[in-house]
Structures are given as structure tokens and as C-alpha cells.
Design a protein around this ligand. Structure first.
Ligand SMILES: [Zn+2]
Length: 150
């Protein structure tokens, strides 16, 4: 018979805290109280030491692009209007790695800051360059970075 692991204080999916933050315009990450390791993804236990003493903190939403890809085939109808769009993995300044949309033309190593958009009433993280290198793209998400109001 399968038994449920002891999840301590977690009574819900830990990802809920992340999604609620995005809905409020905050980029949240988890940090271990025991070893101070920032966590990538919402977790029930620390990926480094296994502790379940994890706290949610608010990131300052800045980081560096770790990886970039362009999506040319939407996974669902709601994303079809955005194709082609850019997805990025970003190493936040605090040490957590997150995925989000990115303005077109982002490159590995670019300094970025998160802004927040809404698509079909779901929160969406959009990373924009923090430097002067912003281009005029004529693209919906790129324009959102330009205006600062996605
Ligand atoms: Zn730890």
C-alpha cells in the first residue's frame, strides 16, 4: 500500500504560492532555512540538504538569462496568438532559476527584469532587458517590454 509522505506544514501544492505571487506582480522563490540554498521550482524539501524548513521570499525580479528558445508551435490555443514567442530560463539574483516568457532577441547572459502580463486571465512572467539594448520588435511581448506595461 502506498503511503503519503509527511509533508509537514505543506497542506497544498507549493506551486500555489508562486502562482499567487505572479498574480500580484511578485516573483517568489523558496529558500532553505537550514542551508540557505535558494530553490529552483517549488519544493516540499530542500534540493541540497533535504530539509523541509523552506520559506517563501520575494525576489527583486532581476537576473541573468541562462537559456533561450523560440517557440514556433503553440502548445495550446491560448498561446497561438503569441507564436513565435521566446521562452527563457533566468538565474535570479537570489540564486533560484525560473522559466518565463522573454522579449524577442534575448541572449544568454543578458541582464533582465521580470514584468507581469496576463493571458486569458492567467498570470504570465515576462523578462525584459535591463540594458539599453531593447529593440523595436513589433511583437506583442516585445512591445510590452518597451512600454513597461505588458
Ligand atoms: Zn537546505
Amino acid at each position: 500500500m502506498l503511503t503519503q509522505p509527511n509533508l509537514g506544514a505543506f497542506v497544498t501544492n507549493p506551486g500555489v504560492m508562486y502562482r499567487e505571487g505572479v498574480a500580484q506582480g511578485l516573483l517568489r522563490y523558496m529558500k532553505c532555512r537550514d542551508c540557505e540554498s535558494a530553490q529552483t521550482l517549488a519544493r516540499y524539501a530542500c534540493g541540497r540538504c533535504g530539509s523541509t524548513q523552506l520559506d517563501w521570499l520575494d525576489s527583486d525580479s532581476t537576473g541573468t538569462v541562462y537559456a533561450v528558445t523560440t517557440v514556433t508551435r503553440a502548445p495550446s490555443d491560448e498561446f497561438r496568438a503569441l507564436v513565435p514567442y521566446t521562452l527563457v530560463l533566468v538565474d535570479l539574483r537570489e540564486g533560484s532559476r525560473v522559466m518565463g516568457h522573454g522579449e524577442p532577441g534575448l541572449m544568454i547572459g543578458d541582464a533582465v527584469i521580470a514584468s507581469f502580463a496576463e493571458l486569458k486571465s492567467k498570470g504570465l512572467v515576462l523578462f525584459c532587458r535591463t540594458s539599453e539594448r531593447r529593440g523595436e520588435t513589433g511583437d506583442t511581448l516585445g512591445d510590452a517590454c518597451q512600454s513597461g506595461v505588458p
